[in-house]
Design a protein around this ligand. Structure first.
Ligand SMILES: [Zn+2]
Length: 343
């Protein structure tokens, strides 16, 4: 009961990449970089295990960014000529590569770190991939055409590639494949209309557990400012949860603690495992086990005990290592306290 996991990313050690940045520069290249990525992956597998986290991730140590790490292995994308694009409905600008030709995988994307993590933990292993709609929102297009029709075409093209990699990750021994779709909280109608279908295409044929993570973004200033503009009640989830409840995706990871998401929206996810965000990623203040258990207790009004899994609100990538480690411990201790309280 109350199996713990993280949403996905963890801070990169300072010997691997620049710290506390969303698109950090690597500190090495070639074989030295490969070794550093491997070392960092193992470090976080061990740190999660030592903290007592039940479901382990690779911490996304081998990718620069959760979307562009995937795109680097896709043919048909021009990474040399990046352009500035407003992403998440112009919430912030990013330098993004451009789609210029039909999309095809160059080969495996995440075999190295997935197989490495699998070889070094006996616990369940979760692996994250960007969702199709979020990819479309983090790349410029010069091939699929203008407007919504072009976006949909491109999303389904990416969904096919994601599916290839997801099936291969499953064969590597990954237990849970999670697609990250923060864009679902931004393009609400499109998410319910075609975003969930594109997501199902990405998960087609998987027999391992499937999950989707939908959040209000990393704890960076642009997101913190955006959240302040969303008012007293954040009802974005209300649009997409009914479509997800009807979908084949089995788990939904959502933002909860310190957010203005009304708890009762979780009741829209009947039949799904709900990964409740009990750890805030927008603050360095470390949660107490009591706070974590309290959040779990409130969520239990709307999610059955057997379906509730405590998680982080989002990835911890831009935080300091020390804070991230303390938050992992708080997550585990809070879940343990909740087991005593609500068993
Ligand atoms: Zn997130």
């Amino acid at each position: 009961m109350f199996e713990t996991s993280i949403a996905g990313s963890l801070p990169k050690p300072e010997w691997l990449a620049e710290t506390q940045k969303l698109w950090p520069q690597w500190r090495a290249e070639g074989e030295a970089l490969r070794q550093a990525k491997a070392d960092a992956t193992l470090l976080w597998v061990k740190t999660q295990e030592d903290a007592g986290v039940d479901i382990i991730g690779d911490g996304e140590q081998a990718r620069q960014h959760f979307v562009h790490g995937f795109l680097e292995q896709v043919e048909g994308i021009d990474f040399v000529n990046k352009v500035k694009m407003g992403i998440r409905n112009n919430r912030y600008d990013a330098m993004v590569p451009q789609v210029v030709a039909p999309l095809r995988l160059k080969g495996r994307v995440h075999a190295f770190e997935a197989q490495l993590a699998r070889a070094h933990t006996q616990r369940k292993l979760k692996f994250t991939l960007p969702g199709p709609m979020t990819i479309v929102d983090t790349v410029a297009d010069r091939f699929y055409g203008e407007g919504e029709e072009g976006r949909i075409k491109m999303a389904f093209a990416f969904a096919e590639l994601l599916n290839q990699e997801a099936l291969a990750l499953q064969a590597d021994g990954v237990d849970i494949i999670q697609f990250d779709e923060p864009a679902f909280n931004v393009y609400l109608d499109a998410a319910a209309d075609w975003g969930v279908k594109a997501l199902e295409r990405a998960a087609q044929g998987l027999t391992c557990t499937t999950a989707v993570h939908i959040c209000y973004g990393y704890g960076i200033q642009a997101n913190i400012d955006w959240k302040q503009s969303l008012g007293e009640e954040w009802r974005q989830y209300e649009k997409v949860f009914p479509a997800l409840a009807k979908s084949s995706i089995q788990q939904v990871s959502l933002e909860c603690f310190q957010s203005h998401v009304p708890m009762d929206l979780m009741a829209l996810l009947q039949g799904k495992d709900v990964l409740v965000g009990v750890i805030d990623v927008a603050s360095d203040v470390v949660e107490t086990p009591q706070q974590v258990a309290d959040t779990i207790g409130k969520a239990l009004q709307f999610v059955p005990k057997a379906r509730l899994q405590p998680c982080t609100n989002c990835g911890l990538a831009p935080m300091s290592r020390a804070v991230a480690e303390a938050k992992l411990k708080a997550l585990v201790e809070g879940a343990a306290l909740a087991r005593q309280r609500y068993a």
